[in-house]
Design a protein. Structure first.
Lengths: 394, 163
């Protein structure tokens, strides 16, 4: 993905090993002195072939597969997938299962945003905030572990329902944890908006206007920090978001600070939702039966991951193995915003700007094709690829 | 700046949140999914009947099962067959617990051991001896000699599991 041409200038390559973030990605910044005049990004270093792998496993096994697309938002991937399959099979999960899905999704959002808060602070050289927020994040990790036994891959979803129930003891534990976290988040909000050094590094840095955000197709908190009112939880409510709605949180500033503020405000929203769900948990069954063979057809399901809109396209041919599973992850949509708003800032601001979209590199395990007009043939068929491989190794 | 230092100062008197692993250990949660254990009945017979349903369910092809016939002179498990080879490749396993769900006799259970480390790929393959739990007190080790006609039913009567 090239945003600007990079000829005849001084180029600073960063990555692919540890480009400030602890994950592989390659960036090239053209600089004029200290100021960045162009940026480009190369992704795909963590390609694992998950979509192809999904075509060799049955519908149930894929549930576990898609959960492993990303370690941070594993639950939303599974939810999106399960919703798609349920749509194809013509069933809906019972209300209690939907509520538990939403509950875990919100807990996951809390965990993801707190993780991001730490990472972004760390990139800005504010390691104290990093340590504190990660310490407090342990609380939500513990809660998730209490619900499902795992810290990372929750495996709460099943096709047609959820696996784990929330009993009163667990609910009390959750309420206590959420109360504690809410107090801590108020503290962070104060730090983010009043701490002088922090404000100095974030205010008016990496500004992106609403129009730009629309044009570059930003999603999630990155777009909402620029005033774009886009949230799948509100625009197309899935699971039980209709019953327990969220409030849309936007900020018009569009700078790095707004991205902090939006995310922390979303945390408050999540806390409120978690309490509401716990108080009004619908009674009933946890699962419905889903057939082993899924009727032929195509389905699209969209959910709001912590980083933005996540889209699944599923195609079934009537057997127990999917024909195609296409995943469009949120981080991928946000890269173009970074390469755009990075221009004009100091090189030293880059790590923080990169971290500002909450990039998830396991999300980037996909390919991007950019059509710039003209007659460039970029798509290769299997056969062409095979011939190329044979010729290459001859 | 002083407010920042005050935060630091305050936290000097807080209880540390870290655990001095491996000297101290945090208890695992009830629903934690750790290393597998192959269960036995109280009389020492193995629960696994070698049906390989777990191997079929496994999303990452981590399980290999080979079944052999039980006889009354050499009985490993109730019913006709038992698993003569049972291997799990711990490097492939993703600890999803799907094998646990698939098993008709609740023979394979994900335990609470999370301390798996190996120095070679071969060591990552856990065989049946490593996975089987020790014989419970009052039970006999397998193979047992049993009277004919007593253990004909391979899948026991069970109630729904909780957690
Ligand atoms: S826990 Fe999952 S991956 Fe591991 S052996 Fe069982 S089914 Fe396979
Ligand atoms: S562990 Fe269970 S599912 Fe696997 S072979 Fe044995 S009885 Fe069958």
């Amino acid at each position: 993905m090239e945003a600007q041409t990079t000829t005849g200038k001084f180029v600073v390559p960063i990555g692919p090993q540890h480009p400030a973030l602890k994950e592989p990605g390659h960036f090239e910044f053209t600089v004029d002195g200290e100021i960045v005049t162009g940026a480009s990004v190369r992704l795909g270093f963590v390609h694992r072939g998950i979509e192809k792998g999904a075509e060799a496993r049955n519908w149930v096994q894929n549930m576990y597969m898609v959960e492993r697309v990303c370690g941070i938002c594993s639950h939303v991937h599974a939810t999106a997938y399960a919703l798609g399959v349920e749509q194809l099979a013509g069933v809906t999960a019972p209300p209690r299962a939907q509520a538990i899905r939403e509950l875990v999704a919100e807990l996951e959002r809390v965990h993801s945003h707190m993780l991001w808060l730490g990472v972004a602070a760390h990139e800005g050289g504010f390691d104290t905030l990093f340590m504190y927020s990660w310490r407090d994040r342990e609380t939500v990790m513990d809660l998730l572990e209490a619900i499902c036994g795992n810290r990372v891959h929750y495996s709460v979803n099943l096709l047609g329902g959820v696996k784990y129930d929330i009993d009163d003891k667990l609910a009390d534990q959750l309420r206590k944890g959420v109360d504690f976290l809410e107090g801590r988040c108020e503290h962070y909000m104060k730090v983010v908006t009043t701490d002088e050094t922090f404000v100095g590094r974030t205010k008016n840095v990496g500004k992106m206007s609403k129009e730009e955000a629309y044009e570059l197709g930003s999603v999630g908190p990155t777009a909402r920090a620029s005033g774009v009112d886009r949230d799948i939880r509100i625009d197309a409510p899935y699971v039980s978001y209709e019953q327990f709605p969220v409030k849309l949180i936007t900020d018009d500033a569009g700078d790095l600070q707004a991205r902090f503020v939006v995310r922390i405000k979303e945390l408050y929203e999540s806390f409120r939702l978690i309490r509401e769900i716990l108080d009004h948990m619908p009674e009933g069954e946890l699962t419905v039966k889903v057939p082993r063979r899924i009727p032929a057809g195509e389905a699209i399901s969209r959910v709001e991951a912590p980083r933005g809109e996540l889209l699944y396209f599923l195609k079934s041919n009537g057997t127990d193995i999917p024909d195609r599973v296409k995943i469009r992850t949120p981080s991928l949509c946000n890269w173009s915003s970074v390469v755009n708003y990075a221009v004009g800032h100091k090189l030293a601001d880059m790590p923080m700007l990169l971290a500002g979209i909450d990039p998830c590199f396991s999300c980037n395990d996909r390919s991007v094709t950019i059509h710039r007009g003209g007659n460039v043939q970029n798509d290769w068929s299997w056969e062409q690829l095979r011939q190329y491989g044979i010729a290459y190794y001859r | 700046m002083f407010r920042g230092l005050w935060t630091t100062f305050k936290s000097m008197f807080e209880k540390p949140v870290t655990v001095a692993y491996p000297e101290q250990k945090r208890p695992v949660r009830e629903r934690f999914k750790g290393r597998h254990v192959l269960k036995r009945y109280d009389n020492g017979l193995e629960k696994c009947i070698g049906c390989a349903l777990c191997a079929a369910a496994c999303p990452s092809d981590a399980i290999f099962v080979e079944a052999s016939e039980n006889t009354d002179e050499q009985r490993y498990s109730p019913g006709e067959r038992y698993a003569s080879t049972y291997e799990i490749n711990m490097l492939r396993c993703i600890y999803c617990g799907f094998c646990e769900d698939a098993c008709p006799t609740e023979a394979i259970v994900l335990g609470d051991n999370y301390e798996l480390s190996f120095t070679g790929r071969n060591q990552a393959i856990y065989d049946k001896n490593m996975l089987l739990e020790p014989v419970p007190s009052g039970g006999l080790p397998t193979p047992q000699v049993t009277e004919p006609g007593r253990f004909t039913r391979s899948v026991p009567e069970m109630k729904d599991p909780v957690d």
